[in-house]
Design a protein around this ligand. Structure first.
Ligand SMILES: Cc1cc2nc3c(=O)[nH]c(=O)nc-3n(C[C@H](O)[C@H](O)[C@H](O)COP(=O)(O)O)c2cc1C
Length: 404
């Protein structure tokens, strides 16, 4: 009896590091989301997790992937699966780009520095947001990986040009121009909670903070969160607790047009990625304007509600522009299988925002490493299971819509 008992009794070694203990239980992005939800104040979690209005666009981005099923091929010798590919002419360890997200330090004090370091370790690019809470130069100082810089063409074009020049000087490789933000979307979770960036301290926030002591301790010890790229500029540096909607809406320029893409070309001499393309017509116009890549994106469902699901739009866009510009599929990526589906349907890479923010909120920098590790191994495993030994072998025959 003792022998039998001994053969089945396996005590896990005790993990003394609290973060490692937490992360060891996170088998998926959904698990990391649950942990982040527990650790972060509710206002912070909702700012990251939420979308515009009824969150229909947000839900569709995710649901679009589950409506697809694989047509797995077998007996294809997948002894050596190669997940690497190229994007903008350079190597990617696996086909993912870390999306620009503003105010990243809200999830963890290291913020963008952690994401940049984790991206470099994973061998994938990171697009730093205009609204980042670590500056262009601070992020470059900690990473020798691939960095892109995302711009909103604010009313103050001089400021945009200055940021673009700083990105060039710091060796950023591409500019991502976000074009789905003529005005700011209405994120009703933030409205309901009265959530502002930087967070304002009121009775509600104090209670929220007290019940999330880990986050609060990190937050009060770190230097104040600010819009690091614009600190000291006349537009305001964001250290005052004014509402996000007000600050950003004041800077967004609703007169933005294709002429501004040409203007950007005149001040930036590297690749341009247009982020926020949501129709075949605009994908074609992007090609006519000579942009190197487009990101099919509805801003993760945070801008227009009732936008198309990006993965469902992808086949038509790929048919219209494939080979003329590179296509990045953005929105709803929660698993490696989502990335594989996107590539099968014609994307050159996928892009993800919330996935890594959940990791950051759940466990800081090692949380981002954890999520990128999960996604990379997912991609490799799924490719093996559908019979694709390399990214070049991913094709539309491997996927179909369940209702088609
Ligand atoms: C908290 C948060 C902040 C964001 N901030 C920006 C931003 O500053 N600039 C931008 O172009 N997109 C921003 N986005 C959109 C992301 O770049 C990306 O399009 C989106 O997260 C993709 O959807 P996913 O979260 O389902 O992956 C943000 C998204 C989130 C979740």
């Amino acid at each position: 009896m003792m022998r039998t008992l001994r053969s089945v009794l396996r005590l896990r070694p005790i993990e003394f590091d609290a973060t490692a203990r937490r992360l060891s239980k996170a088998a998926s992005v959904a698990d990391l989301r649950r942990i982040a939800r527990r650790r972060l104040p509710r206002g912070v979690f909702d700012y990251i997790d939420g979308g515009a209005e009824d969150e229909v666009s947000l839900g569709r981005n995710v649901a679009g992937f589950s409506r697809l099923e694989f047509r797995p091929r077998v007996l294809r010798d997948v002894g050596a699966v190669d997940t690497s590919t190229t994007l903008l002419g350079r190597h990617l360890a696996f086909p993912l780009v870390l999306a620009p997200t503003g105010f990243t330090r809200i999830a963890d004090p290291q913020g963008e520095l952690s994401v940049a370091r984790a991206g470099a370790r994973a061998g994938i690019p990171y697009a730093l947001s205009t609204l980042s809470t670590r500056s262009i130069e601070e992020v470059r100082a900690v990473s020798d990986g691939r960095l892109w810089f995302q711009v909103y063409t604010w009313r103050d074009r001089g400021l945009v040009e200055e940021m673009v020049n700083r990105a060039a000087a710091a060796g950023y490789e591409a500019i991502v121009l976000t074009v789905d933000t003529a005005v700011l979307g209405r994120r009703e979770r933030d409205v309901r909670r009265g959530f502002t960036l930087p967070p304002k301290i009121g009775p509600g926030t104090i209670v929220d903070g007290l019940v999330h002591p880990g986050w609060t301790w990190g937050f009060v010890r770190a230097e104040p969160i600010a819009f690091s790229n614009v600190t000291g500029k006349s537009v305001g540096d964001g250290t005052d607790a004014i509402s996000l909607a007000q600050y950003v809406n004041d800077q967004f320029d609703p007169s933005l047009s294709w002429r501004d893409v040409e203007w950007l070309r005149s001040v930036w001499h590297g690749p341009i990625v247009l982020k926020g393309i949501q129709t075949v017509e605009d994908a074609r116009l992007s090609v006519e304007h000579g942009v190197e890549a487009i990101a099919l994106s509805n801003h993760g469902g945070r801008q227009l509600d009732g936008a198309p699901s990006m993965i469902e739009l992808l086949p038509d866009v790929a048919a219209a522009v494939s080979g003329e510009t590179e296509i990045i599929l953005d929105g709803g990526v929660r698993r490696g299988s989502d990335i594989v589906k996107a590539l099968s349907l014609g994307a050159d890479a996928a892009m993800a925002g919330r996935a890594y923010l959940y990791g950051l909120g759940a466990g800081g920098e090692v949380g981002v490493d954890h999520v990128l590790g999960l996604l990379a191994t997912d991609v490799r495993r799924v490719m093996a299971l559908i019979g694709a030994g390399s990214v070049g072998e991913l094709s539309p025959e491997l996927v179909r819509r369940r209702d088609a």
